[in-house]
Design a protein around this ligand. Structure first.
Ligand SMILES: *Cc1c(COP(=O)(O)O)cnc(C)c1O
Length: 384
């Protein structure tokens, strides 16, 4: 049987489960361990400033101070997504028939990079080995991912070498530091991308910090102004309410939760291994890649012809439905990673003990097996 995952319908299903949980048990019963919990901590005074011109006048100035403090550079630009920043940078800086090269600790890069490369008619190549990485006269932009979607962190020496190679060839460097601007820095004490010599960097303001879904880009005034023009032309700038919440989140951000989770995750990992599971450690928690979810189920005797992305999405959907635990596959945007990643630095981790989490993880493998064996896959994925 070849069932292809319908990413729009599965996300609608995931969000509808969340909505039902909120209506029946309240928002506090949700346990968001995505590390993307977001947050919208604005005061009454902030809200009173949210008029068309007053809002940008006030918050665009405050985001400059808070953003430069977080990312470095001399100017920042607030965006409605990290994706918008990536797209705008490529549209502004990359010409047709040139090439974008991307260095990252592990493939794949975020899909927005390949998609926008295609849009502007540029070639796009990813490298995760320095021996293979190369830049030539046709290269128009070098991307570096500081921390991948699965939280693999770049080695700081490799980071510096890639920047050096780009500089030697006079090519601009753009760093996708969506979660890296915090994971890399908090856990491994790495410098900001700009301090490492990058020309531009972008981060997601809801990843491992309590801000709204949004993007924040930093760089020189000249480059930021050029990209800002594209951003405004396409309507990708963050509106004042979003910027107000970003300012708040940046001002209260502390790396302490990330550092604490970095230490505690080893204990969590041991508990899972003791249950016969095979997770991978992340800097602040653990994950099961989609292939591992499928392999684990097969080892439990569940046979199926479903692809691993479908199986991982079912797993995520059941973890949400039965244990109120949110992971990305059930609710992520189309193309988002299907890795089941649980972030112990998330503020909702205080809502359950390690043993309760381990129990939910173990039981969900059984639940998943039942769903596959009783042919309920499509109803679990899509039925509202
Ligand atoms: C999350 C992520 C993005 C995209 O962020 P959005 O805010 O969803 O657009 C890009 N790159 C990486 C490495 C990410 O983890």
């Amino acid at each position: 049987m070849t069932l292809i995952l319908d990413e729009i319908r599965k996300r609608e299903k995931g969000l509808s489960i969340i909505n039902k949980i909120i209506k029946s048990k309240g928002i506090d019963s949700l346990i968001d361990l995505t590390g993307l919990a977001g947050g919208f901590d604005v005061s009454q005074e902030d809200i009173s400033l949210l008029e068309t011109y007053a809002g940008p006048a006030v918050f665009d100035e405050r985001i400059q101070t808070a953003g430069i403090n977080h990312l470095g550079g001399s100017k920042v630009l607030a965006l409605n997504r990290t994706t918008s920043g990536i797209a705008a940078a490529i549209i502004t800086l990359v010409k047709e028939n040139t090439a974008i090269v991307h260095y990252l600790p592990k493939k794949p890069g975020h899909p927005s990079i390949a998609r926008t490369a295609k849009l502007v008619g540029a070639d796009y190549v990813e490298y995760s080995s320095l021996d293979e990485f190369k830049v030539d006269e046709n290269t128009s932009l070098v991307f570096i991912t500081g921390t991948t979607m699965d939280h693999e962190v770049i080695d700081v020496d490799e980071f510096k070498k890639v920047i050096q190679i780009a500089k030697d060839n006079d090519v601009l460097v753009f760093v996708d530091d969506a979660s890296g601007a915090r994971v890399r820095r908090a856990v491994y004490n790495q410098p900001t991308a700009i301090d490492l010599g990058a020309d531009l960097s972008v981060t997601s303001t809801d990843k491992l910090m309590e801000g709204p879904r949004g993007g924040l880009m930093a760089g020189s005034e000249e480059l930021i102004n050029r990209i800002k023009l594209t951003v405004n032309e396409y309507g990708w700038e963050a509106q004042a309410p979003l910027v107000a919440a970003m300012v708040k989140a940046l001002e209260k951000y502390s790396p302490d939760d990330i550092r604490e989770a970095f230490i505690q995750k080893d204990e969590l990992y041991e508990k899972l291994v003791n249950k016969g599971l095979n997770p991978l450690k992340t800097p602040t928690g653990f994950m099961f890649k989609e292939d591992e979810i499928k392999r684990q189920l097969e080892s439990m005797g569940a046979v199926s012809g479903y692809s691993s992305d479908i199986i991982a999405t079912i797993y995520s959907m059941l973890l949400l439905e039965n244990y109120n635990i949110i992971t990305i596959p059930a609710v992520g945007m189309p193309g988002a990673s299907k890795t089941i990643r649980l972030d112990w630095s998330a503020k909702d981790s205080s809502k359950l003990t390690m043993d309760e989490l381990v129990c939910a993880i173990v039981n969900t493998f059984d639940d998943c097996k039942n769903v596959i064996e009783s042919n309920q896959v499509e109803s679990v994925l899509y039925e509202l």
